[in-house]
Design a protein around this ligand. Structure first.
Ligand SMILES: [Zn+2]
Length: 128
């Protein structure tokens, strides 16, 4: 029986996700995964790994919204429990938080998803 070509990648899921979280190439970790804010490079500048084939699609907003719901929910619960449940405090704290945090976590979230997809071999090349 021939060896499974994906066996190496299946073992490298967490390192690939970690490199993606750092916005680095999931294979080598040396070059940037994005050349603009969240625009993926076509190929890694260091190892030439083709990265544009890993499309995150609607999983990215799902992950970001899920993280945001937990953060906002925790902050709202904490504000209510400590007696700071004033609507103006909500306005001054939660509105900027709900704008800044998604912008901040978007590249790392996309990098982690690309790392997962790369490690599992889930590319759009499988559809062709
Ligand atoms: Zn690379």
């Amino acid at each position: 029986m021939p060896p499974d070509p994906h066996a190496r990648r299946l073992n490298a899921v967490w390192p690939a996700i970690w490199r993606g979280l750092k916005c680095r190439c999931p294979r080598c970790g040396d070059a940037w995964l994005f050349h603009h804010y969240i625009e993926q490079v076509d190929n890694c500048a260091a190892c030439n790994e083709p990265l544009s084939r890993y499309k995150v699609g609607l999983l990215l907003p799902l992950v970001v919204i899920t993280v945001m719901v937990h953060i906002i929910g925790f902050v709202m619960l904490e504000m209510e429990l400590t007696g700071h449940g004033n609507p103006l405090v909500y306005l001054y704290v939660l509105v900027p938080l709900s704008i800044i945090v998604p912008i901040a976590i978007l590249p790392s979230s996309k990098g982690a998803i690309v790392g997962l997809f790369w490690a599992k071999g889930w590319s759009d090349e499988q559809d062709r």
